[in-house]
Design a protein around this ligand. Sequence first.
Ligand code: HAM
Length: 418
Amino acid sequence: MPAISAPRGTRDILPSESWKWSYIVQTASKAMKDFGFSEIHLPIFEHTELFSRGVGETTDIVEKEMYTFNDRGGRSITLRPEATAGVMRAAIENNLCAQGASAKLWNWGPMFRHERPQKGRYRQFYQIDAECLGIAGPMADVEVIALSIEIFRRLGLKNLEVVINSVGCEKCRPVYRQKLIDYFTSRKSELCGTCLDRLDRNPLRILDCKNESCGRVSDGAPDIFDSLCDECREHFAEVRAGLERLGFTYTLNKRLVRGLDYYTKTAYEILSGDLGAQNAVAGGGRYDNLASAIGGGKIPGVGFACGLDRVALVMEEQGCSFGNMPGVSVYVAALGDDVRGAVQALTYELRKAGISAECDTSGRSFKAQMKSAGTCRFACIIGADEAANDTVSVKDMEDGSQVSIPAGEAVSYLKGRI
Ligand code: HAM
């Protein structure tokens, strides 16, 4: 019978990598805390409607990438393709933004999109996500962008580019949309099949099509800044001024439209020069109409998500530090089979005292045990002599020195040295 493998586009994060992921999440978690964001845990599956209404019917995500199925009760369920819609749903359902209150929430976990797998693109991937809800002003946008940059700064990522744009609001975007439809219709013969399809349904998406001919046509497309209403124009100017005040450099890209329909005003991405085609390590922006799209009234929001898989890839490629690989501090070795019980008991005492400790439970030889002890800071050895005298031999694995300690004092002796 052939062995079963993981589904295409998924992978196992093995211990050799998982400690690096923990380092990234812990670093992000500390930054979130420093910026006043609280952690929220959300369901991994939601009603399909949340995403079709929230992310948008005409997006690639909703049209062709969602893992959607009917559950046993016949309800249409979707594995979340992103976190923002779920965070907003939770805020509405739990009244987190009632009476104009604001909420700063972060979460991390797996997301699911049925995309063609390639380097940095998976079908189950992980995001670290932050959302600031209930604040309409541009300072919130600046806070969120600063938070994402700060996470990458702490992780030591280099060669990043912050790209920003304004995609307008429900007042000015329809005007821009019509200008685009008119323009692209006049150059229809030069567009790829996908963009022809987007022309009436989602013309903004044509602007970031990777096809060469579409790119050339887009170069001459109407400029979004000429269509922004006064409010959007002012908001964007204040976001830019705020970023500059904090000392950030960024690039303006009028063709950055993002693949989710809920964005209003600010949209941004952080790109890495070391990732190839899938070069966005984070993306986000403002979404002032998401709450009403999912039936929750008026709650403005701004946030971002960073791709954990991609961040780990870039850090690896740039040789960034992941801190120290966690190891066990003390190895307790049995010299002879009669003392194995005493060895396990001492190991447990050390662990109870908060010292990471390991012992052999498979009957390996003393030599093999001491080989394992090689990666530890100390080895405790119990043999027939130690058992008879109620002592433990403690070997310093760095300088090779060894001392004999009364068994009852072994824990406090080691605690003072680790
Ligand atoms: P997004 O741009 O679709 O935005 O995803 C954010 C980040 O998730 C990307 O920049 C990338 O690093 C990572 N990512 C996306 N798809 C994949 C994939 N298939 N494999 C690996 N990594 C991937 C959102 O999801 C929005 N919810 C972000 C947001 C939060 N906007 C406002 N608040």
